[in-house]
Design a protein around this ligand. Structure first.
Ligand SMILES: *[C@@H]1O[C@H](CO)[C@@H](O)[C@H](O)[C@H]1NC(C)=O
Ligand SMILES: *[C@@H]1O[C@H](CO)[C@@H](O)[C@H](O)[C@H]1NC(C)=O
Length: 334
């Protein structure tokens, strides 16, 4: 058999395992076009979808078919509720961790700065963040992204909010990352998955649930293995402990096995810059997907008409886990 034929056959074998979710139905949550949609969070208690538009400086909520937002005067990169306190969130504003009080059915809001990071790195900003199984907030930064999308490497850090010191200082867990992105923990809380986008890899750490600490970093899934274009961005984990990874510049969401690290499936998205995913809906059986329209030319818009839309995917036959809230200890006086 020729080498070429062999490669074709191997590719075919790999494709045969990865399902294309052509049956899934995808609808636009709203008509609004986001410049840089990111950070979807499903609030299962109140059936609200929260997300941000980073470069438009907006935190959105989609609730009872109404889209509402709060506008800030700098980049806002994530919005995560605090446990035990209705209407209290932690947001990433520039490089400041802030609290946002924004009750449902109220239009007013209040913002309080808590702690600022990366003082010696002008132009940095917060990027993706999530609360782990114990409710500890993990939040990462990245260097300044210019209009062409270039980002200087190794300027970011992944931090953890430790409720011993609270806002005195955040624990720098992984310094020297470039674009801190997707975070996920498995159900029994022994593993943490992490993405630094330009590496094109999902890495795996052992996670110690008793100390909320990580160790033993290794590569879990590499985009090069399956010739995946673009980079991994946001990520979530389903009830079977399998990963769903937003593929920025790849116009798809990848489904990767948490046990074998094999590519299980691909969900095509009519937006090239897919930024993040989370499960939601009252039964957690919908996948919410954020996308980006910044830098998309009119020709690309014809090819990818959902660029900038927030999407709801039904019919995947998979359910997710509830998004975790941030533990309340540091927030009692806010
Ligand atoms: C928080 O910080 C203290 C003091 O630095 C440390 O002893 C403790 O293990 C940390 N807790 C977590 C959950 O990281
Ligand atoms: C936790 O789950 C992982 C798979 O996600 C499995 O490999 C591991 O054995 C489990 N550990 C415990 C202590 O149940």
């Amino acid at each position: 058999m020729s080498v070429l034929k062999c490669i074709v056959l191997l590719n075919w074998a790999a494709m045969a395992y990865a399902v294309n979710y052509n049956e899934a139905s995808i609808r636009e949550v709203t008509d609004n076009v986001m410049v840089h949609g990111e950070g979807p969070f499903w609030d299962l208690e109140n059936n609200v979808l929260y997300f941000v538009d980073i470069s438009e400086h907006r935190v959105y909520r989609f609730y009872q078919n109404r889209l509402e937002h709060v506008k800030f005067d700098e980049d806002v990169s994530f919005v995560i509720p605090v446990a035990g306190q209705q209407g209290l969130f932690v947001i990433g504003l520039g490089t400041t961790l802030s609290s946002l009080r924004w009750n449902l059915n109220e239009n007013t809001h209040k913002v309080t700065g808590l702690v600022t990071v990366d003082h010696n790195k002008p132009g940095n900003r917060w990027n993706d963040a999530k609360a782990d199984n114990n409710g500890y907030l993990w939040a990462g930064t990245m260097g300044f992204e210019d209009a062409a999308g270039n980002i200087p490497p190794n300027r970011g850090t992944l931090y953890k909010l430790n409720d011993t010191g609270c806002f005195q200082n955040l624990d720098p867990i992984l310094p020297g990352v470039s674009v801190s992105n997707g975070l996920a923990w498995n159900e029994n809380g022994t593993r943490m998955y992490y993405i630094d986008s330009p590496t094109k890899q999902i890495v795996l750490f052992d996670y110690d649930p008793s100390t909320a600490s990580i160790s033993n970093r290794r590569t879990f899934y590499d985009f090069k293995t399956d010739n995946i274009p673009g980079v991994p961005d946001g990520m979530t984990i389903d009830a079977n402990d399998n990963l769903w990874i937003a593929n920025y510049d790849g116009a798809q969401v990848l489904h990767v096995s948490g046990s074998s690290a094999k590519l299980l499936g691909k969900l095509k998205i009519m937006a090239e810059k897919v930024s993040s995913v989370t499960f939601g809906g009252p039964k957690l059986d919908k996948l919410y997907v954020t996308t980006i329209s910044r830098g998309v030319t009119p020709e690309k818009f014809n090819e990818y008409p959902m660029s900038g839309k927030v999407l709801e995917v039904s019919g995947l036959g998979v359910v997710g886990k509830p998004n975790r809230r941030i533990r309340g200890k540091c927030f009692r006086l806010l």
